[in-house]
Structure formats: C-alpha cells, structure tokens
Design a protein around this ligand. Structure first.
Ligand code: FUL
Length: 514
C-alpha cells in the first residue's frame, strides 16, 4: 500500500467506526416509536432503551407523590357512589377551608392536588353553566360557592399544582347516552380548564356505567384530549389518557418489575390513525393495565410500537374514597403508608394518595396527624446518604463522566456506564449501618436496567443483601440492617448501557403514631 492509499484506508476505518458507534449510541427517540417489520430483536431492544418521557411526563414523574381529594355529594349522603338523584340541598360544608387542605398536603410533601370536580353522580363542585346539579343549588354560601375556585386559589397561594378529576360517567345528566353529552362534557372541561388557572393533571376514570336513560355513553375521547391539549398544553392526561397509566390496582402496591416503556398495540384504531393521533398528542396506548407483565422483553418483541407510559398508583388513606365518619378509626397507619410508599414511589411509580375532606369541609385531624408522622419518617430516613464521601470505583464511565455524580444528590447529573453490565464498588467513609437502598436511572436517557444485585463486604467476603429487576425513575429496597465499610452494585442485565443518576444507602426511621 502506498502512503496515500494508507491514509485513505485509515480515514475509511475511522468513518466506519464512528457511524457504527453512533448507531449503538442511538439518541433519545421521544416517547413513541414504531417497530418496523425489518427490525431485528436487537433493534427492538435498542429502541425500547431509547424511548424517553415527554417534558410533561418528566415533570409529572418528578413530583413523586400527589394528593387526591374525593369530595362531593357522596360526602353528605355517606355513600361511595351516588346515583345522580341526590338533593343538592344536602351539600353544606360550613367550615370548608381549602387553605387547610393545601397546607396539610403540602406539609406531607405532596406537589399536586387532584379534586373530584364531578364524580359519577354528576354533582359539580363548581357552578357550571351547563347544569343545575351543582354547588349553586346548595345552601353552601347561599349557592354562591365554588369549591374548585377556592382550591385553585389556595393552591396558587401556597405553590401547589392543581389537578382535575372529571368523571365521564354522569348519572344525572339527561343527555347522557347521546351525542349531545359529548358537547356537554367538552363544555364542562372547557369551564374547568379556562377559569381556574394552570391545571397540571386531568384524571379520567375508567368506570363507565349507564346514565338516567339506561344507556351507556360512547365517549369522544379524541375530542376531549384535543380540548385539553389546546387549553392546558402542559397538563398530563391520566388513566383513560395518553400520558399516564393506571398501575392496575387500588391497593397502593405497584409491580416489582415496572417498565415505563410499554408496547402499545391498537385495538379499534388502525395504524395510520395511531400515528396521526400521536402527532396530535392524543394517542392513548391500549395496554392491559392489570396484567402482571406489561413491558418485559417478551412483550416488547411482539409490539407494533413502544411508548413511554408511566404508572400511577392511586390508593385511599381510608377504606373508602369518600369521607365516612364510621371510618375515622380506620385511617391507614404510618407503617402501612410507609409500606405503600416503598411499594409505589419505590417501584418506579408515582403515588396518588387520597385524603377525603369531611362534612365540615376539612381534612380530618386523624388523617392529618398520620400524614405528618408519615412524612417525618420519610424525611428522617432519607436525610443522610451514608454513601456520601465514599471512594467509588467502576469500569470506565462513558465520556469520562464522573462517578461522584451518583452521590451528588442532584437528579439532573448522571453517570453513564460504558457497558450494559457493570460493577460499581463504594469504599464508605468509615463503617456505616443501613437498611435501605435508593437507585435512580436518568430517564431522559432511557429506562434500561433489567436486573441488578446489591452486596456488602462482611468479614472480607461479598454478601448478597438485595436484588431487583427494574430501577426506572426511582427504586427503593428494604432489607435487615447491615454494617460494613464496602458495598457493591452490580448491573447484571440491561437493554443498553445504563445511565445512573443517584445511589444511596440509608438507615430507616419510623415515627410511631402514639
Ligand atoms: C374508581 C371510581 O369508581 C371510584 O369511586 C374512585 O373515584 C376511584 C379513584 O376510581 O374508578
């Protein structure tokens, strides 16, 4: 080879190397990707590893836990489901104080409050122009009250986000079951999304029964979604919606293996409408929310498209969703709520905890007291990361990224592994005792980890302390107390080189409710 040919040859090798490297480092794909018939198994797994949340899904996930307030005519009829025939005269929360609701939720660390503006009984907590079945027909404030308005104001005053639950099922509306109901519903949505400032989440219930004329409604979901996108472009639409998925139970417990990237096969829509809806931001993935396995390799390999569709865990602090005085002694204990926290927030889900205001229009003191102790327990537990100051060692990170980013308490910075499997050792700053592990993946890079284990060196030997499958936005693990100076995290399987944002060990503190 002469000199010039040699230079050309080297140049060619460099080009081939950079192109193939760029392919394996596929840039984020956004929150939706089509699987092509030509995609190999490896291509599909790479695609799954590079699906990422939309900006509003990320902001939603970062809230961690949020509040649900079930309040309405059922609070006064002492029922869970009304029938639409209730007399609005029974609604009279004489001491209603939305400021107390917001403060209680804020003190508990919640970042958003979703109010049941209308439940299945059709009674509206705001003075809707489209029905008489609302606060305006009640004695409360002589019919001049507006619960949604008071809550929106209190949220604004205290820096809390507002969410709206508007039940599509309406047992009171005379037009329910006809096309006219879709107009009625869009009018109500429009009132709620125009008159109360920013709305961060719209929650659509899956329950769909019959209305007063015995007919079930065919909901025009696409129209509802378009209305929301237009009026509140930053709001996520949850449950029967394109942005957030129901975890599949109302128990407070999420899956051990929870993928935010899931297959979205269509049922009644064709592929073209799925794509055009996605472009309009209104594509609702058809997912069996109650299935045990939603996003494993086996599932994604058979998918037509993959979407970022994270899970929300909704559960009530009491047995019922609405307030019932006979449940005053049945408020979940601090221990139970902590168990729920680890099983929801700690399993790559967002926790939506329901705290139903009582007939006075206040959050009951029992609920408020438990919430406070629950929050204190969480805060005290995660106050000090016992890994801080550790010396960290791993195979090289990508782009020289710094392992210290794992323990800098800043989710925005992350350490990128160079390989799919990885072992990271931490030489602790002295002997430490802990019983909790926190792991976070940088989800704007993608959710990737499929299997990991956590070990501690005891008497010179590595001991398995805990292990798991998915990490996602946040994974918390509990185990009996361990005392050691050295720990190790091993990523055993991953869909692509993982990006880890935070790592920590903690000693739990449980504040008892005396
Ligand atoms: C269910 C409803 O039927 C319950 O009453 C409650 O609102 C819960 C959050 O969703 O589907």
């Amino acid at each position: 080879m002469n000199k010039i040919t040699k230079i050309w040859f080297i140049l060619l090798l460099v080009i081939i190397y950079s192109v193939s490297n760029a392919q394996s480092q596929m840039s984020p794909l956004g929150n939706y990707v089509e699987i092509l018939p030509s995609d190999t198994k490896e291509d599909i797994i790479k695609k799954a590893a590079n699906v990422t949340p939309s900006a509003k899904q990320l902001a939603w996930q970062e809230m961690g836990f949020t509040a649900f307030l079930h309040f309405g005519i059922n609070t006064f009829s002492d029922r869970e489901w009304g029938d639409g025939k209730e007399n609005p005269q029974i609604f009279n929360p004489v001491q209603l104080d939305a400021g107390q609701w917001v403060k209680t939720c804020k003190d508990a660390g919640m970042k958003l409050i979703i109010i049941t503006a209308k439940h299945h009984d059709g009674f509206c907590l705001w003075p809707s122009d489209y029905t008489e079945h609302s606060v305006k027909s009640s004695p409360w404030k002589n019919g001049n009250g507006d619960v949604v308005g008071e809550l929106a104001r209190a949220c604004r005053d205290q820096g809390m986000k507002l969410g709206i639950y508007l039940s599509p099922w309406d047992m009171n509306s005379a037009v329910y079951g006809t096309e006219e109901y879709n107009n009625f519903f869009v009018h109500q949505l429009t009132e709620l999304l125009t008159n109360y400032g920013d709305v961060a989440e719209v929650w659509f219930d899956g329950a769909n029964g019959e209305g007063p004329n015995g007919v079930k409604q065919v909901y025009d979901w696409q129209r509802y979604y378009r209305t929301i996108r237009e009026l509140q472009p930053n709001a996520v639409i949850a449950i029967v919606g394109p942005d957030v998925r129901w975890v599949g139970t109302e128990s407070g417990y999420g899956r051990d293996t929870e993928w935010s990237v899931v297959p979205a096969n269509t049922q009644d829509e064709d592929d073209i409408s799925a794509q055009s809806q996605q472009e309009a931001g209104t594509f609702r993935p058809q997912v069996d929310a109650m299935a045990k396995d939603i996003g494993s390799r086996e599932k994604i390999l058979n998918a037509k498209r993959l979407v970022w569709y994270p899970s929300e865990v909704d559960v009530s602090i009491r047995p019922g969703w609405f307030y019932h005085s006979k449940q005053d002694s049945k408020v979940k204990s601090v221990e139970k709520l902590l168990d729920i926290y680890y099983s929801s927030v700690g399993k790559n889900s967002l926790l939506l905890l329901n705290i139903p205001p009582d007939k006075r229009g206040l959050i009951h003191e029992n609920d408020a007291r438990i919430l406070k102790k629950w929050k204190e327990s969480i805060d005290k537990t995660f106050e000090v990361n016992l890994v801080s100051g550790a010396k960290i060692k791993a195979k090289n990170g990508q782009n020289g990224s710094d392992l210290k980013k794992l323990i800098d308490d800043d989710y925005d910075t992350y350490w990128m592994s160079e390989e799919e499997t990885q072992a990271i050792e931490f030489l602790l700053n002295g002997e430490k005792t802990f019983d909790r592990l926190l792991l976070q993946e940088k989800i704007t890079v993608g959710q990737r980890v499929e299997k990991f284990k956590f070990e501690a060196k005891i008497d010179g030997k590595w001991n398995l302390i805990s292990e798991g499958t998915t990490i996602g936005y946040k994974r918390l693990l509990r185990f009996p107390e361990v005392t050691t100076t050295e720990i190790k995290l091993t990523i055993l399987q991953s869909r692509a080189a993982p990006a880890l944002a935070e790592f920590g060990t903690y000693k739990s503190v449980n504040i008892k409710d005396e």
